[in-house]
Design a protein around this ligand. Structure first.
Ligand code: PTJ
Length: 259
């Protein structure tokens, strides 16, 4: 896929760029997704291209929140699938297996391409092959979310509609807000701490998607091994999102201030 040598200082970033371009060419990623990715790269630069301390704390709280959830759902779009399909499958496997495809630029053609990408692709994630995943949102998006006029409001009854916790990587703001208004806990992954999604979500992990999904999965496995009570998990899941976002803004401000 990539001609970039591993020794290149920006190897990971260029690899992700390659994945996004490839997904666009195969019809999985929306044209707008290319722009969204560029915006993400900019913010990643500003946070120093590594997981901020505030994101580590958000990951821990999110892991506990997801473990406490009765019906957690991972919402995916073109960008998140292009960048981290296998990692998202591994994460879902540690939960109830539910992944819901929810597209802003929804077309039947894109939905089918995405379904095929999950079903047959060269990496053949074992967890997907072993039927540990329930892929929702393609044939069963029959429910309409209140206050979301565009196609992103079409959701699955078994998935986002009845979910108590929804993980939303790379989201556009109005749906995150509408999910919170429906009484759900929303965990966002968004490199832009100023975005409406980041500001409105219950927990925002300000980190790059491919970097933080494995950390989140690892944290869930960690917490499971500790056999904590629901009360203990509840305590870990308490999170002051505004404070965490301010910490990231301070980090950015420090990073761009020269002596
Ligand atoms: O696949 P579709 O049709 O659902 O379309 C998806 C896009 C991404 C086009 C749509 O949701 C959109 O326009 O998103 P926005 O409003 O551009 O928001 C995307 C957010 O994700 C921005 O705040 C970016 O900074 C952030 N972002 C981009 N790449 C990453 C990221 N955050 C984490 N990791 C990334 N790799």
């Amino acid at each position: 896929m990539s001609m970039v040598p591993k020794s290149h200082p920006r190897y990971k970033s260029l690899l992700n760029r390659g994945k996004v371009v490839e997904a666009f060419e195969s019809g999985i990623l929306a044209k707008g997704g290319l722009i969204a990715h560029g915006r993400g790269e900019t913010y990643d630069y500003l946070i120093g291209e590594k997981t901020p301390k505030a994101a580590e704390e958000a990951i821990k709280a999110s892991a506990a929140m997801l473990l406490l959830a009765k019906n957690p759902v991972i919402s995916v779009n073109g960008n998140s699938i292009a960048l981290a399909k296998d990692e998202l499958i591994d994460l879902a496997t540690e939960l109830n297996g539910k992944i819901e495809v929810n597209l802003f630029y929804r077309t039947t053609e894109r939905e089918q391409k995405i379904k095929e990408f999950f079903e047959k692709n060269e990496s053949n994630n074992e967890n997907y092959k072993n039927n540990k995943i329930i892929l929702l949102g393609i044939d069963d998006a029959n429910k309409q979310m209140p206050n979301v006029d565009h196609l992103r409001g079409k959701v699955s009854e078994a998935g986002i509609y009845t979910a108590d916790v929804v993980l939303v990587p790379l989201e556009d703001g109005d749906r995150a807000e509408a999910l919170v208004e429906m009484g759900k806990q929303v965990i966002a992954i968004d490199l832009n701490p100023l975005s409406r999604t980041a500001q409105k979500s219950t927990i925002t992990i300000v980190d790059e998607l491919t970097r933080c999904i494995p950390l989140l999965t690892e944290e869930i496995i960690n917490l499971k091994q500790k056999n904590l009570s629901n009360n203990e998990l509840k305590q870990i899941s308490e999170f002051d999102n505004k404070k965490a976002l301010n910490k990231v803004l301070k980090l950015i401000s420090d990073n761009i201030t020269t002596e």
